[in-house]
Design a protein around this ligand. Structure first.
Ligand code: SAH
Ligand code: SF4
Ligand code: F3S
Length: 468
């Protein structure tokens, strides 16, 4: 058993990290069915693709009805309290299921067990959870399951460490059209509200060679789009190269000829002019930037440890808007951070009024274990947080709608990802600048890039008619 430790998780000591290749271990379970549920960000979704790939390499097959499963895995997120609540809610249901199905194995992985409190709580109170793993040892999931089965007891293996990089995972990606590719793991920013630097370890870039090779391979397999992933992709390369940045990487990935390249998430702090140039110049680097601002008040930005001012942000934002044709920009905003007054909140609203974002993910501040903000003075009352959240959402949605309305009667290029939730005869896909479009079309178009004329615009999607 190994339990996490928040002090260890915080250490950043310029240590070199190891890069090693995935090595398969034979599973003692044979021909079993697994069910997996994923919470959280794209990095977690991508980690789930690793877990699925490893399980299927070992003869497991996926089921989508939890009652049919022999092994259930929850890949969890710790970013806010409600992410926790969802997981513990589902675990309650699984406990019942296990009462009637004694052999069922339940596993919990991802960011939540990286928290000391959670791992200890599982050890002391959730005996029916069979195995627990963190974000640093996904590649060892078979070893962890084996030990749990052979010893017939709960197995908790969670490490708080700087972190290594495992290459060569046997991914099982959900579709053959668009793929996630990790470029930088972990985070060194330590924004005062955020748990991620503790749950994901230090910032570690993958080598440019392995990233380019992976994109090349995806292109050969027929993928049309890659999304380069990191908690802060703009820091790419800083830890392993003297002079090779995300701008260089985008240029090289662009050289593979894959049709669409995206990247998330960008921290405004590391966003250099070269990046803007590359996005503007390279036809296959998509004109879409997710640029979290978090707050429009300099006082709050400082308390958050974001290392930029509202003025810095707006300057960068305007540069991106003016230099990249047809770009769309989305953001993340937290309301109710400790010390946020009505005045600070109004500054956030005024920043939104100024930037007119294409979209924004908005959150009520949620105190996280061991983070500096959780013990700051002047915590904001929950009711106030949610009042502010509602007010903010109204403003944000108005601009999303306004921005989308600009596309009425225009023709956009849509990469068709699948059938739409809006009806059986409808397809859905994304424009170059990441707008969701629904339109009537034949399933044979899935995976193609098609021209669609926009006929209706809403806050979160657009409708159109197929032209070719
Ligand atoms: N690495 C990204 C963000 C990853 S987390 C970045 O720095 O831009 C995604 C979003 O969750 C954050 O941008 C922030 O808006 C929100 N978030 C993070 N911690 C939070 C907390 N404790 N309470 C509320 N929202 C939080
Ligand atoms: Fe969290 Fe800040 Fe790192 Fe983003 S940059 S993951 S908000 S600590
Ligand atoms: Fe959640 Fe971990 Fe992602 S905390 S947002 S799953 S990095």
């Amino acid at each position: 058993m190994n339990l996490p430790n928040m002090i260890e998780a915080k250490k950043r000591d310029k240590k070199e990290f190891n890069v090693y290749n995935y090595k398969n271990e034979e599973c003692v379970l044979k021909n079993k069915k697994y069910f997996i549920r994923t919470y959280g960000c794209q990095m977690n979704e991508h980690d789930t693709e690793k877990i699925k790939g490893i399980l299927e390499l070992n003869g497991f097959s996926e089921v989508f009805d939890v009652k049919l499963a022999d092994v259930v895995i929850l890949n969890t997120c710790a970013i806010r309290e409600n992410a926790h609540n969802k997981v513990f809610g589902f675990l309650g249901q699984l406990k019942h299921l296990k009462e009637s199905k004694k052999d069922l194995l339940i596993g919990v992985g991802g960011c939540m067990p990286q928290e000391e409190n959670v791992a200890n709580e599982i050890k002391d109170k959730y005996k029916y959870i069979d195995f627990v793993f963190g974000t640093h040892n996904i590649d060892n999931i078979i070893g962890i399951i084996n030990e749990c089965v052979l010893n017939n007891r709960q197995n908790i293996e969670v490490y708080s460490k700087y972190g290594d990089v495992c290459e060569g995972f046997p991914f099982k990606r959900d579709n053959g059209i668009t793929a996630y590719v990790d470029i930088i793991l972990g985070c060194n920013k330590f924004c005062t509200y955020c748990i991620v630097p503790y749950t994901r370890g230090a910032q570690r870039s993958r080598s440019k060679e392995s990233i380019i090779r992976e994109v090349q391979m995806l292109k050969e397999q027929g993928y049309k789009e890659v999304t380069l992933l990191g908690q802060n992709v703009n820091a790419y390369g800083k830890d392993i190269y003297d002079n090779y940045t995300l701008a260089n990487l985008l240029k090289d990935v662009s050289g593979t000829g894959i049709e669409r390249i995206r990247f998330v998430t960008s921290h405004p702090w590391d966003f250099i002019d070269d990046m803007i140039e590359v996005i503007a110049l390279m036809p296959n680097v998509m004109p879409y930037v997710h640029l979290p601002v978090q707050s429009g008040s300099n006082k709050i930005l400082k308390l958050m440890g974001r290392r930029y001012t509202k003025e810095n942000y707006i300057e960068l934002y305007n540069k991106i808007r003016s230099k990249i044709e047809n770009v769309s920009v989305t953001t993340d905003i937290i309301v109710g951070f400790p010390g946020e007054t009505e005045e600070d909140f109004n500054e956030t609203i005024s920043l939104v009024n100024q930037c007119k974002f294409d979209g924004a993910f908005t959150f009520a501040y949620s105190p996280r274990e061991n983070t500096p903000a959780s013990i700051m003075e002047n915590q904001v009352e929950e009711t106030v947080k949610f009042e502010r959240l509602n007010k903010l959402n109204e403003v944000v949605n108005r601009y999303s709608n306004e921005n989308n309305s600009k596309y009425l009667d225009k023709v956009v290029k849509v990469l068709v990802l699948g059938q739409s939730e809006k009806g059986n005869d409808k397809l859905m896909g994304y424009t170059e600048n990441m707008k969701l479009v629904n339109f009537i079309g034949d399933k044979s178009l899935i995976g193609e890039i098609v021209d669609v004329k926009i006929t209706d615009a809403k806050s979160f999607s657009m409708d159109g008619i197929l032209l070719n």
